[in-house]
Each structure stands twice: as C-alpha cells, then as structure tokens.
Design a protein around this ligand. Structure first.
Ligand code: GAR
Length: 192
C-alpha cells in the first residue's frame, strides 16, 4: 500500500508542488491532503490544480482543538511534511505523530534558524555576514523552531557578486531537487 503524505504550508507552496508532482509518479507514496493556516495561500490553489484535497485552519483550530489530529488520523497519514509552514507545531500533533513530522529550512542549520528566520530573511542574513556558502536542511520537527535531528543537508557556494535573488534561487533549486527524494527515501524505510 502507498504511504500517505500531508503537507503543511503557509505561502506560495513551490516545494509543495514539487512534492505533489514527484509522488504523482511514485509507487511509494501519495499526497492526500494540503493544509494551510492561511486561507489565501497560493499553495491551496496549487493543491486544487492537482486535485489534491486541502484544508485551511485557524490558530484556534490548530492549538486549542484536536480537529487537525483527528483529520490526519482519519486519513491514515504516515508522514507530515512542512513546506514553508510558519507556525510552531503543537505538542498534540508531535505526540500523535512521533518522528513523523519533517521540515525544510533554507540554511545550513543550526546557522540562521529559529523564530522569525524565514524565507528572504535567512538569505539576507547569510549575505550580510558575507558567508561563502549556504544550503538547505531537512530535519525532524520538535517543539522548537528549526530544531530536531537533521536528515539531510546540501550546500552551495556563494559568489561575491551574488545578490538576494541569486542566493534564493540557488537554495530553491536544491530544495526542489532534494525534498521529494528525501521524503521518498524516508517513507521507503518506514515500517508503519
Ligand atoms: C522554503 O524556502 C522553505 O525552506 C522555507 O520557506 C520557503 C517556502 O517556499 N521555510 C522556512 O524558512 C522554515 N523556517 P515555498 O512556499 O515556495 O515552498
């Protein structure tokens, strides 16, 4: 039986789309739900384009009710994938899905991670500090922002001429390539 993936995203969802596309062609798993805390997030449109069911929720629903856990359990989700999800994952979700929630971050963690370190802010800080390289990190999620056991890191060189757009593009290329493959690898060795 195919493993079942739920994606949480708050924004554009370019990573979510790459993951959806990848698993449309895979025997290992399928994306069964896309969730967002932002009802206007473009990721919901992307889900729609691929005829993947989606659900947007409020902070109240996420933090003060068990509706999201119930929804994911009912759908028999095997892996929760955060792809540009900006809220802290609640304890209830971590407990319901131990070692089954992963995140991607656009830096070489533990560098440039933590609360408020998101998207362009990460790349701008990397440039401000004149780093010679940056990269991406895929990791298990715990109760803190951008922490938890690292599953995968890839790096790229920063040229002294690179601006924000270039650094962002280099990071995004790595994310789009590696995230679907790392997910597939993880699910292939997951027992239940
Ligand atoms: C990605 O670059 C991801 O690494 C980052 O948000 C972006 C979402 O882009 N996540 C974080 O910064 C988490 N702290 P997308 O919506 O186009 O996939």
């Amino acid at each position: 039986m195919k493993k079942r993936i739920a994606i949480f995203a708050s924004g554009s969802g370019s990573n979510a789309q790459k993951i959806i596309e990848h698993f449309k062609r895979s025997n290992v798993a399928e994306v069964v739900l896309v969730l967002s805390n932002n009802p206007n997030a473009y990721v919901l449109q992307r889900a729609d384009n691929f005829e993947i069911p989606s659900h947007s929720f409020s902070k109240h629903e996420l933090y003060d009710t068990d509706q999201i856990v119930k929804l994911l359990k009912n759908l028999q989700v095997d892996l929760i994938v955060l792809a540009g999800f900006l809220l802290l994952v609640p304890q209830s979700l971590l407990q319901a899905f131990p070692n089954k929630i992963i995140n991607i971050h656009p830096s070489l963690l533990p560098k440039y991670g933590g609360k408020g370190m998101y998207g362009d802010k990460v790349h701008q800080s990397v440039l401000d500090n004149r780093e010679e390289e940056s990269g991406i990190t895929i990791h298990f999620v715990n109760e803190h922002f951008d922490e938890g056991e690292v599953i995968h890191q890839s790096r790229f060189k920063i040229d002294h001429k690179d601006n924000l757009e270039v650094v962002k593009f280099k990071g995004q290329q790595l994310e789009h390539h590696h995230y679907p493959r790392v997910i597939e690898h993880l699910l292939a060795k997951m027992k239940s």
